[in-house]
Design a protein around this ligand. Structure first.
Ligand code: AMP
Length: 282
């Protein structure tokens, strides 16, 4: 695996691979890699010959009081893991390579409306940072396909919409959520949890599964269901941010007759913000 740091280097590497007839897959990440990220790389390999992974802890998508500084940076361990899943190129741009004109005057890519709800409501500017950096990464790497985790459900929906609206000729593929044995979705932020908080975290997935069962069992009073789930989460020791039964594509509140539903939730456990979701096809 080659580690590349500049736009010119990654462009040249990808261009040579494409000239050799290879299909290029791309997995953008913020590093501190775990099994969930590695599954995305494996998924990319199913349709692609060469996989590029990027690691960039994007300051533009973190709020002022969020964890950008604290976010774990573990490049050596990441390199070892990526090598084990046959990653072709690791692209680690510096901040000045990504934002040579500074962040304040950077041209932004904005997906409207669906970025104002759920995580977007609690993290103003977050998705603007995500779509801007992903659009830049797409243009830097120029892959044929890019793989994103369903773990970040809203992010995936927003990126699909960006690709559709801007006619970006990259296939966007979704990969399932990798979980710990107790069901907690793997996340770099799980490392912030204390030993006492870690067993509590499992209740997020449990509440989502409970709500899913309720809906599959015929319940369609979604607002009441959301309120009950939030109460469960509070009793478990978490501070729910949102617990929302939504339409899979529009991210709008689900209607009783909707067939394609997702339940998205975000909670604070101590200082850690956790998100997770389940999908229901009726
Ligand atoms: P991150 O490094 O957290 O920005 O995530 C990079 C990519 O990995 C995103 O597409 C995430 O959705 C995906 N990802 C993170 N955690 C998981 C997980 N537990 N299962 C599947 N994909 C994940």
């Amino acid at each position: 695996m080659q580690v590349l740091r500049t736009v010119n280097e990654i462009r040249q590497a990808v261009s040579s691979a494409r000239k050799a007839g290879k299909r290029i897959g791309f997995v953008p990440t913020m590093g501190n890699l775990h099994e969930g990220h590695l599954q995305l790389v494996r998924q990319a390999h199913t349709n692609c010959d060469v996989v590029v992974v990027s690691i960039f802890v994007n300051p533009l998508q973190f709020g002022l009081n969020e964890d950008w500084e604290q976010y774990p940076r573990t490049l050596e361990a990441d390199i070892e893991k990526l090598t084990s899943v046959n990653t072709g190129f690791l692209y680690c741009p510096t901040e000045s390579e990504m934002y040579p004109n500074g962040m304040a005057t950077q041209t932004k890519v904005e997906v409207a409306v669906m970025t104002n709800v759920l995580c977007g409501a609690s993290r103003p500017g977050h998705f603007l940072g995500v779509t801007t950096v992903v659009a830049k990464l797409f243009n830097m790497v120029l892959p044929d396909e890019a793989v994103f985790g369903i773990k970040d459900y809203q992010q995936l929906a927003v990126i699909r919409r960006m690709a559709e609206d801007l006619c970006i000729p990259i296939q966007i593929t979704a990969a399932p959520i990798a979980r710990a044995e107790d069901g907690l979705a793997l996340s770099s932020r799980n490392g912030y949890l204390t030993a006492a908080e870690r067993p509590v975290a499992t209740h997020l997935y449990q509440s989502l599964c409970w709500a899913k069962q309720q809906i599959e069992g015929g319940r369609s009073d979604f607002a009441a269901l959301e309120a009950e789930a939030k109460t469960q989460l509070k009793h478990a020791g978490m501070r729910p941010d949102y617990f929302s039964v939504i339409h899979q594509k529009t991210l709008e509140p689900a209607k009783a007759q909707d067939k394609q539903i997702a339940i998205l939730a975000a909670v604070y456990l101590g200082k850690t913000r956790l998100i997770d979701n389940v999908i229901i096809n009726r």
